[in-house]
Design a protein around this ligand. Sequence first.
Ligand code: FME
Ligand code: ZN
Ligand code: ZN
Length: 418
Amino acid sequence: TQLPLLEEQDTPITHFQRYLRINTAHPTPDYTSAVSFLKAQAQSLGLKTQTLEFVQGKPVLLLTWPGSNPSLPSLLLNSHLDSVPAEPEKWLHNPFSAHRTASGAIFARGAQDDKCIAIQYLEAIRNLKSQSFTPHRTIHISLVPDEEIGGIDGAAKFVESEEFNGLNVGFALDEGQASPGDEFRVFYSDRVPWNVKIRAKGRPGHGSRMYDGSAVENLMESVEVVSRFRESQFDVVKAGKALNGEVVSVNPVYVKAGVVSEDGFAMNVQPSEAEAGFDLRLTPTTDPEEMRRRIAEEWAPAVRNMSYEIIEKGPLRDYMGRPLMTATDDSNPWWSVFKQAITSVGEKLSRPEILASTTDARYLRQKGIPVLGFSPMKNTPILLHDHNEHLKDTVFMKGIQVYESLISSLSTFTEASH
Ligand SMILES: CSCC[C@H](NC=O)C(=O)O
Ligand SMILES: [Zn+2]
Ligand SMILES: [Zn+2]
């Protein structure tokens, strides 16, 4: 008899690879295949499955392991189904092949962000079930669409639904980020993205003329002001006085100007309008009014014929008007249990951080639910959204053990009420 090929075997690694091979990258994520794969996995574990569709073609898959005391607030494990696009020609291995190298690195878009955690949740439950573990509180896994494009049709709709309300979620885990060092990273908040567009108007004229007040000169003056603010924030990080997520970031993402002609831009016309776009990220405690004032008065002053547009990409405060932060001290019993579950498997946590980017956790926090961002990857380069995103098989397998500890502890302790 012949042994099945390594990749055809039914192991946590092959489950991970199969999920990674489903192309859920934007702009055309294959949610149908992802949901049917995960649903089948969940059914093989005896979990209850439910597909919710708040927006057509954008399913939320909800998996449930009922607890022995279903009146306790439940534990929610969240993971998004989608990925950012990849440029295959710039990768060592095709980003949807989930190729595993001789040294055990699994290359795929989504390997770190965040398909690993979805499979790790399921495999941890598989192991707990095989040990006849029964949770006190009910455990839910939500697999949501569209996180990478802001979650408007995904997590944002889900948390507003009656179905979500009925889950009585007491605490949730969502994705975090890889740690290059030997300690796991944990995130208690996300920064808030603003899209900022600034526009300058100015005198048009012949490209040979020197005069004051052209639109592009005008815009460039503002770009310098923005740059100085950026430096002021970045310097704090470079000096080691703050982590990335603890300052306001602003990065230019486009500049637009020029009078279009047949073969590109008219080179001898100074345009009358110019525009620049910035990705701005506020910390959870940044005063938004202060930021608005800075933009209005310093970045796009009307006296210089400038205007601006701010598109806020998500909530700043919870339903009580509080910043969206989960406590990481003794005031939060879930935090103590979380920490204990990590140390009990011999692992360490670094100082809790604010995620520099943004995840769906904010929508849960907005509802007042404590959420920690956590992806158990240590000694691992941070490769989310990068070329050659990969994760080592041993790191992936270790993560399953970590979740076994987390899921059993968090679902067993009964002190907290929501
Ligand atoms: C505008 S919300 C976008 C969310 C996105 N999340 C992951 O990268 C981010 O840019 O952080
Ligand atoms: Zn992610
Ligand atoms: Zn991402």
